[in-house]
Design a protein around this ligand. Structure first.
Ligand code: KG4
Ligand code: ZN
Length: 338
């Protein structure tokens, strides 16, 4: 289907604990981006409770979509397509967005586009910097994934490396919970680490000199063992040392991947890309290696619907509308070229 610079896509995102809607024109011009986080609802349980997430999406989605339309300052008739995350994510949470997106597409007589949430994280960077040149190496670090991806063109990806156990965000969340820093763990550790010494404890950097895959479960175990043996250690020093270990490995491997594929740019994506130290070290690595580095704003790193609308625009152009019999796909993977 033809898409143009004036094609307006409504994006909807409900895969986890953020209810989000956004209007994006031409695949890159963000007219509005509304994110309603459910963090407070889940915090008392120390993590996302799927049933609570689904119910909250039901309550929040209509007002969030309405606000996105009002903030964009356009009439609903101006919307040319509705794009929505179909996976991966929590099945009940995904279903709320997918059902609403299909209903809106049918009501407005416009195409529905199903979007892969991980592909959307890859596209967050393009919303803020259109000058990025391929091939790019993207370090995608979220609560469920840690991947190094070569982006050769729009929709064309090669998997360079990934975690063999825990995702980086998962490690942040588990360590934060163990240290009693609360939920969500990533921002809590980021904050606590500002008061600590990153060289206080030499936590392991697993597989540092070994290829492009990652492993974080041993690091988590090391933190637990260290704190049990040294109960008086300062939580700030543990947080700072843990964060330094994760970031060291992420940055070292991203640099190695960029060299291996002759990348013309290095990009960060996913919720963990909001981490202060990772952002700082990524910029320094780009300068040291003379490679352009792009780091999306924090709002575009964590879950949002503008990135969903951006992929929706590209996919509508390349693949056309998604049939309405597609359902929520909780285990959806990113399709790689080889
Ligand atoms: O991409 P995202 O919002 O949701 C998923 O698709 O998973 O990522 C959420 C993850 C969580 O594990 C959260 O703790 C982590 O991103 N995160 C951070 C920071 N902000 C969010 N990790 C480290 N430092 C942060 N500042
Ligand atoms: Zn995400």
């Amino acid at each position: 289907m033809n898409v143009s610079e004036s094609t307006v896509v409504l994006g909807i995102e409900t895969s986890c604990d953020e209810t989000a809607a956004a209007l994006v024109m031409g695949g890159h011009d963000v007219l509005s981006s509304v994110v309603s986080t459910q963090v407070d609802l889940h915090a008392q349980y120390g993590g996302v409770v799927p049933e609570i997430a689904s119910r909250a999406h039901l309550d929040l989605l209509n007002p969030v979509v309405a606000r996105a339309i009002v903030e964009a300052g356009v009439e609903p008739e101006r919307i040319d397509a509705v794009a929505c995350t179909i996976g991966p994510g929590l099945v009940g949470a995904l279903l709320v967005g997918v059902s609403a997106a299909k209903a809106l597409a049918l009501t407005w007589h416009v195409p529905f586009v199903g979007v892969n949430h991980m592909e959307a994280h890859l596209y967050a960077a393009f919303l803020e910097d259109r000058s990025l040149e391929m091939p790019l190496v993207v370090l995608l670090v979220s609560g469920g994934h840690t991947m190094l991806i070569e982006m050769r063109g729009h929709g064309s990806y090669r998997l360079l490396g990934q975690t063999i156990d825990d995702a980086a965000g998962e490690a942040f969340d588990k360590v934060a919970r163990f240290l009693g820093l609360g939920y969500p763990g990533g921002p809590a550790i980021d904050q606590e680490a500002t008061r600590g010494d990153p060289t206080a404890i030499a936590f392991p950097r697993a597989m540092l000199n070994d290829g492009l895959d990652f492993s974080f479960s041993g690091l988590k175990t090391s933190v637990v063992n260290y704190v049990r043996k040294n109960p008086d250690v300062s939580a700030a020093d543990v947080a700072a040392s843990f964060q330094a270990a994760v970031v060291d490995v992420l940055v070292t491997k991203a640099r190695r991947a960029a060299v291996a594929v002759g990348a013309r740019g290095l990009v960060l994506g996913g919720g963990v890309a909001a981490n202060s130290l990772l952002r700082e070290r990524f910029v320094a690595a780009g300068e040291a290696d003379s490679i352009p580095v792009f780091i999306p704003s924090r709002a575009m790193c964590t879950d949002n619907a503008a990135m969903i609308a951006a992929v929706g625009w590209h996919r509508l152009g390349s693949d056309g509308p998604t049939p309405l019999d597609v359902g929520a796909l909780p285990n959806l993977r990113l399709a790689f070229d080889d």
